[in-house]
Design a protein around this ligand. Structure first.
Ligand code: SAH
Length: 352
């Protein structure tokens, strides 16, 4: 094992911080033995705080209508082959109701930036969920909105907000998004959410087009300073109706790098809630198990109506699009048990 890298890992575990160059070295050092050492420390760190519990979030994909045109995303507005849908208030409540009876205590409403979902409409849905299921947390993942809007949604009862920063490098951001989208605004949204006392989630894709080791090191530096309560990272996977359709990904390398980054993020920020994402499960049949074994502690089974699941296609070959919610929950429960972890029916709030 390379001793200088081993030293960096030990330093990270002790101090929760490295320099940009040190992060870059760690990210670039592809060595199975080092990865095992990293994962071992990450798992130990997590165990002290969250035991062997894995928290579940029921994902409700409320709309695939989006005003944005992110170059990598299958539901970007410019994709005219995407069959659009939007769930009704009643459908969303039904998903939550089914989820509740399956033991879910967090519901994540995710979607494209669909202007139909005004503050008023969203508040009605949030309040209804909170009224029916007062012991549940509501997480929103609906993109960039104004400070005022985030404030109104927070007051209506939303507890958490997921907004991946996508990349902490402005020039890289500009290669993934059209000029009308702004890196500064996305970052400002994260700070606004923090100010409004949401539990906030940032995150990024791994091996996204044009991404360099240095970009990833910047992502880690950002996480170090922002200290998000949650952090969503998953491998980039091309979608056939985007300009990155022919971008080659090496699934094994992406899997390995994502797991390494999960371990590093766990060591930077021991109490962070870190999902083993669906994208990780998509590039490898045991991807989510591997993510948990690297230091993740959250899984997000799908609660969307089966009829719309295939339409919420951010990338190709997304898994679990044909299964009923109960199947998804049972499947993940069995997967977690098989590696010695236990799914808990709990809101799973951030522990300070
Ligand atoms: N509109 C919301 C939700 C976006 S979808 C928002 O702006 O936050 C959730 C995440 O999926 C995105 O933040 C992005 O990081 C990820 N994603 C999109 N396309 C992807 C792709 N091709 N491969 C992997 N992840 C992708």
């Amino acid at each position: 094992m390379q001793n200088n890298i081993k030293y960096l890992i030990a330093k990270l575990a002790a101090e929760h911080s490295l320099t940009l160059d040190e992060y870059a070295l760690l990210i670039a050092s592809s060595d199975a033995e080092l990865d095992l050492y990293l994962a071992e420390l990450a798992v130990k760190t997590r165990k002290d705080i969250y035991s062997n519990f894995v928290y579940v979030r029921g994902l409700i994909e409320i709309s695939n209508i989006c005003k944005n045109n992110c170059y990598y995303c299958g539901i970007r507005r410019g994709n005219h082959n995407c069959e659009r849908y939007r769930l009704t208030h009643e459908q969303i409540l039904e998903c939550a109701s089914e989820g509740y009876s399956l033991g879910f205590r967090t519901f994540v409403m995710q979607g494209g930036e669909d202007s139909f979902f005004s503050d008023e409409i969203l508040c009605g849905i949030i309040k209804d969920i909170k009224l029916k299921f007062p012991d549940c947390a509501v997480t929103l993942s609906l993109g960039e909105r104004s400070y005022e809007s985030y404030k109104i949604l927070r007051e209506a009862g939303a507890d958490r907000y997921l907004l991946r920063h996508e990349t902490a490098d402005k020039a890289h951001y500009a290669k993934l998004h059209p000029a009308e989208m702004s890196y500064d605004n996305r970052m400002q949204c994260l700070y606004n959410l923090r100010k409004l006392n949401y539990q906030v989630g940032c995150g990024f894709m791994v091996n996204s087009p044009f991404q360099t080791i240095n970009n990833l090191a910047q992502d880690l530096k950002f996480i170090e300073s922002f200290k998000p309560e949650m952090c969503g990272i998953g491998p980039f996977i091309p979608h056939h109706d985007t300009q990155f359709r022919d971008y080659e990904i090496n699934k094994l390398k992406s899997l390995e790098l994502t797991c390494r980054l999960l371990s590093i993020i766990r060591l930077i920020h021991p109490s962070v809630l870190l999902p083993a994402t669906t994208a990780l499960g998509t590039i490898h049949p045991q991807g989510r198990e591997m993510g948990i074994k690297a230091g993740a502690n959250v899984v997000m089974p799908n609660l969307s109506p089966v009829a719309v699941r295939k339409k919420y296609e951010l990338y190709d070959n997304k898994i679990c699009t044909g299964d009923e919610s109960a199947q998804c929950k049972n499947c993940l429960e069995a997967r977690m048990r098989s590696i010695g972890y236990e799914i808990v029916s709990d809101r799973g709030d951030f522990k300070n």
